[in-house]
Design a protein around this ligand. Structure first.
Ligand code: MLT
Length: 207
């Protein structure tokens, strides 16, 4: 897949020991949306930020949906493989190690980070999923996520993500052996300071 198939921004890192971040925006965002967040979470990381290639009335997303909260598994699967194929080309071009590449996704971007882990586990080493939900009710293949870390942060007043989805998604990822941390805050769909602080601490290298 050509590197040009997703509009994207790449910002080189300043410290090779910091994990490169794959930034995945929410519905209606673009490739610039999460650059500041990525820099806040891990200031010396390289940042790779693609723009969703699906338009919902002009709002960019990473896969189409039938209605809010209603998904077509074939569409989600197809778009996940397309992004994974592009990531392989982008990782080669920018010399990023897929085993260290850490997705930081918000909302629709968190959801495609989750499906990348479920369907194409070799494309990522870890993922921070901000307000994720279950869009593909399919457990990871046993062992496919061994050694990979996932952080799931949800809001307990979120009108978009049903209350049981965080635990269900955690179980789908743990089926593959992922080391999953799941936390909820008294928050809605928008991010709050505790989301940022928790993600920063989770990303910080362990001594
Ligand atoms: C989705 O469609 O991926 C989720 O409902 C999150 C959203 O984009 O609103």
């Amino acid at each position: 897949m050509p590197i040009s198939s997703y509009h994207h921004v790449f910002q080189p890192g300043t410290d090779a020991s910091a994990p490169p971040l794959l930034l995945l925006h929410g519905t209606g965002g673009d490739e610039h949306d999460l650059l500041r967040l990525g820099h806040t979470l891990s200031p010396s990381s390289a940042l790779l930020s693609p723009r969703g290639d699906v338009s919902e009335g002009g709002a960019r997303r990473f896969f189409a949906r039938l209605a809010e909260g209603v998904f077509d598994p074939a569409e989600v699967t197809r778009r996940t493989h397309a992004l994974a194929d592009w990531l392989a080309a982008a990782s080669a071009k920018y010399s990023l190690d897929p085993a260290r590449l850490t997705a930081v996704g918000f909302s629709n971007g968190a959801n495609i980070a989750a499906t990348l882990l479920l369907l194409r586990p070799a494309t990522l080493g870890a993922a921070v999923m901000l307000r994720p939900m279950v869009v593909l009710d399919q457990p990871a293949a046993p062992g496919s996520l061994a050694g990979k870390r996932a952080l799931l942060l949800n809001g307990s007043f979120d009108p978009i993500v049903p209350a049981d989805h965080q635990a269900r998604l955690a179980a789908l990822l743990r089926a593959g052996g992922a080391d999953v941390t799941a936390q909820s805050f008294p928050a809605s769909h928008n991010l709050t300071p505790p989301d940022i602080a928790t993600a920063q601490a989770w990303l910080r290298p362990k001594p």
